[in-house]
Design a protein. Sequence first.
Lengths: 269, 297
Amino acid sequence: MIHLKELESLLYRLITAPSGVAEGLAAERELVAGGLDAIVLGDERLSAEARVDIYANMYFYRILDVLKEDFPATLAVLGADNFHNLTTGYLLEHPPVEPSISHCGRYLASYLRDHPMREGAPFIADLAKLERAVVEVFQRADAAALEPDSLRAIAPADWPAMKFKLNSSAQMLALDWRVSELLRAVEEERPWKPAEQGAVKVLVWRRDARVFYRDLEKAEADALDAISRGATFAEICDVVAADAGIEDPVAAMNRMLARWLSDSLLARG
Amino acid sequence: MKRTDFPMLGYGVGLRRQHYSHVLETRPKVDWFEVISENFMVAGGRALEVLEGVRANYPIAMHGVSMSIGSTDPLNRSYLQQLSDLARRFEPAWISDHLCWTGVGGRNLHDLLPLPYTEEAIGHVVARIRNVQDELERPILIENVSSYMAFADSTMTEWEFISAIANEADCGILLDINNIFVSAFNHRFDANEYIDAVPAERVVQYHLAGHSDHGTYLLDTHDHPVRDEVWTLYERAARRFGAVSALVEWDDNIPEFAELAQTADRARAVFDTTTPKAKHDSPKRTGKPALPADYRA
């Protein structure tokens, strides 16, 4: 009799064997003395191996389907066959450990960073990083948005020392490739072009249960960084004024503030 | 526990993302919804907003896929805490999961794997169910899974196994009629015998779903209408168990909501015609949730 722990461990190894149950079984010959038939019942319709193989297929294809849904642009760029092979290797290095399957793509971007598939698409890791951020922002904690009226009520003398708080769902990504347009094209089912190289910060945020993303100009990225660090309004204005590309810092600050409010990017403190 | 400890919710539908807007905007006439617990174990966002809206108008039950009650890994305390928090917030009529294991060694297969039907497995699972029930401060329901493999070491039938566990752990049974049919075909047992053998007082809920025929085996795909043979089995269950809350599951090739609601209506009609004496027990569609007396809406 095989004890429950041994049985579960054996089946886990067979189900997740990268080249299939048959190959996985070959590596278990010493452990499975009587063969798989001594453990799993087969019959004339389905052998023991074929039965375990059903689970192996379900394991792989269930996760592949989730990754395809979460990384549609990565899939479009690599193509279905490459994405399939990518998933095989990825699951070996990062097998799921969380109860929710929605976490299974958490490490795909970092896995792609050193992957040979980058040769044909050097932007692919950044693209996957943006796609993963979209998934994560969708389910991050809610925060009540700061209303414009509450700002109007603040006395002018209090503005310099005032601090803002970024909506907790927002993420700012530092990328080396401009991948936003590529992702947007795939989402809108338009033809896509390879991303261009260039350092860029991308803001990903949620408003009314929808996720948005856009590339940031340097001044706005610096201002949002300052907010994240807990800077006062006066310090944020200094950051914007120090940007060489900004001719009228006051007007720029006003534009940014108006946009942050309409995007629900600022949260009540 | 006994079935009457739980409310009879009527005939419901599994809440799926494709129908969120429809359900919130039109408040369709179904008695209740079952939600996949893990889909709502998130910090925030649309899923929780939707569940707030649904819960305001319907009773719900929480159905999990990752408790892994049969795993030899330690129980995942963080998972149980999240489940407990979710239950406190949304007050489901009950919490259910599957009689299976989903992973081992800290890894998750995201699948529902069968256990060997042995005394060792019974002892292991019973202790864990008791532990979970203590943590959640309520009895849970365990569901029979569809399976494609059975084990040489098994010393009893599946229905003896689930019955022993439910009795010893003092938990309820979520009887998936389609899963019985699928497993009966795959392992050549008599589905009727299964229905006739499980302890009636512990059957709190049914699942009804479709499956795929792969020739040498049936696969529990939840992507087809409920097959006629499964309806026949449901009739047998209805005759034996009386009024039990029933739920239509559909997870792939998901049709318009109306088709799911019609399937739930058919489950009601089958029950009403199969067991005319118990007709009064079957809640009628009123557009309002069929809330039990002790249910805090």
